[in-house]
Structures are given as structure tokens and as C-alpha cells.
Design a binder for this molecule. Structure first.
Ligand code: ATP
Length: 234
């Protein structure tokens, strides 16, 4: 479904990605793990059309999408839940969800999707008229995930979904991730909680300073000594 070949991204003099190649097959959950500043979010942003690569190619469902604009990515079926609290702060929770569905015109299905995600995240339902900027960090994180899902993506880019969430909510978010896979959504996941992320992943890549240094199934990387000492605190 997604194929990345020799992708390089620079921010001025900083080489954030130095020749990344990877693939995500339809229906898979693929996890990226790596330390701070390794380039994980940059890779997600490049796939979502938010940063322009210096070189290399991104192919989605057989079509080259390198450098296309974000709204085209959404229309093609790529949803992005960015790291941090990137919700529309002066809009209500409900309006943020509606904005996630801006490329759709099936208003009945949009309304039922909003109900569906309110059921998944009851906290959002309780606060549906509240300004998103006044939600707690964890609530904003739930909203960012639900908003990305409102575009009904074929490929969901989930950047640090557990960031700032209480342990119980993290469990719920991972249950949602598993459920999405059952529904046929393909997921590329960046996650600091490497243990959980590798457990849920079909395959995973380790990124260090803009390069892929290891890849394997989630189970293989969970057993790998280098991964265990660097990312699992073993
Ligand atoms: P973290 O786990 O800490 O979020 P990451 O793996 O997601 O890290 P990125 O956010 O992709 O890392 O950053 C990769 C490198 O690019 C870092 O050195 C970062 O400082 C740099 N970088 C990211 N965004 C910019 C920017 N807009 N301008 C300049 N440098 C940037």
C-alpha cells in the first residue's frame, strides 16, 4: 500500500531523514521506534504532505505522491494524527470532528461516525461543545486521533497516540488500534511506549538519526538485544 524509497528530508542544514526505505502492506500495523530527534515525526509529515522531501519517492497504492499537498493526501485516503495537541483550539470538539471529515460529502455517515467515536471516547462526547483548546492534553490527544479517523483513512498515520494519556486510556487507545485493524485500516504507528507498540505491530522499523537500522516482525524486535537495551529498558 505504501512504499518509501531512499527518502531524504532536510530542514536547512539538518538532515532529518537520510535515505529511508520501507514498505507497509494493506492491513498491516507497522511501528516506527527510535529515540528523540531520530526523524519519526518527519517521516510521518513527509507521507502526509506536510514537508517536502529533498529526494526519494513515496508511493501510495501504486501512485507517486512525493511532495503532493496535504489535502490531496487526505483525499487519497491518508489520515494523520500528529504528535502533540494539534487540534483547532478555538473550535468545539464536535466541529473539530466535522473538520476531520471535510473531504467527505456523506453527511449521514459523518453523523454516525461522530457517534461512533463519541462511544469510543466518552470523554469527548461529554465535552462536545467545549472549545478544543481548553481540553486537557490527553483529551486533545483523543480528539486528534478521532479527527484523523473522521476522514475514513485507508492508511492512518498515528504519531505518539499515547503521549500525555493516563495508563487506562493508553490501554483503550491500543484497543482502538486493534479494532481499526480488524476493520481493515492500515496503520503506521510512532510510539515511545515501544513494548506496547511492538506487541501490537505486525512489523516494525528502528530509526536512528534519520536512517533505518533494524527491521523485523514485532515479535523479533521485542526479543532483539539491541532493541531491548535501547528502547525497552531491559
Ligand atoms: P521525537 O521522538 O523527539 O518526537 P522524532 O523522531 O519524531 O523525535 P523529528 O521530530 O522527526 O524526530 O525530528 C528529526 C530532526 O529534525 C530533529 O533533529 C529535529 O530537531 C529536526 N527538526 C524537526 N522539525 C524541524 C524544523 N521544522 N526545523 C528544523 N529542524 C527540525
Amino acid at each position: 500500500m505504501l512504499r518509501i524509497d531512499d527518502l531524504c528530508v532536510r530542514y536547512g542544514a539538518i538532515e532529518a531523514l537520510r535515505g529511508i526505505s520501507l514498505q507497509v502492506a494493506a492491513g498491516e500495523i507497522v511501528t516506527l521506534i527510535g529515540g528523540n530527534g531520530a526523524g519519526k515525526s518527519t517521516l510521518m509529515r513527509a507521507i502526509a504532505g506536510l514537508v517536502k522531501p529533498a529526494s526519494g519517492t513515496i508511493t501510495f497504492e501504486g501512485r507517486t505522491i512525493t511532495g503532493i499537498r496535504p489535502h490531496h493526501c487526505v483525499r487519497l485516503g491518508i489520515g494523520h494524527s500528529p504528535e502533540g495537541r494539534l487540534v483547532f483550539g478555538d473550535q468545539s470538539v464536535r466541529d473539530n470532528l466535522m473538520l476531520g471529515a471535510y473531504a467527505r460529502d456523506d453527511s449521514d455517515a459523518i453523523a454516525s461516525d461522530i457517534d461512533k467515536y463519541f462511544a469510543v471516547f466518552p470523554r469527548l462526547a461529554e465535552r462536545q461543545d467545549q472549545q478544543a483548546g481548553t481540553l486537557s492534553g490527553g483529551e486533545q490527544q483523543m480528539l486528534a486521533i478521532a479527527r484523523a479517523l473522521m476522514s475514513r483513512p485507508k492508511l492512518l498515520l498515528l504519531d505518539e497516540p499515547s503521549l500525555g494519556l493516563a495508563p487506562l486510556i493508553v490501554k483503550e487507545v491500543f484497543a482502538v488500534i486493534r479494532q481499526l485493524r480488524e476493520e481493515g485500516v492500515t496503520i503506521l504507528l510512532v510510539e515511545q511506549m515501544a513494548n506496547l507498540a511492538l506487541t501490537v505491530a505486525d512489523r516494525a522499523y528502528v530509526i536512528e538519526t534519520g536512517r533505518i537500522t533494524l527491521e523485523g516482525t514485532g515479535a523479533q524486535l521485542l526479543r532483539d538485544e539491541r532493541v531491548r537495551s535501547a528502547y525497552l529498558g531491559a
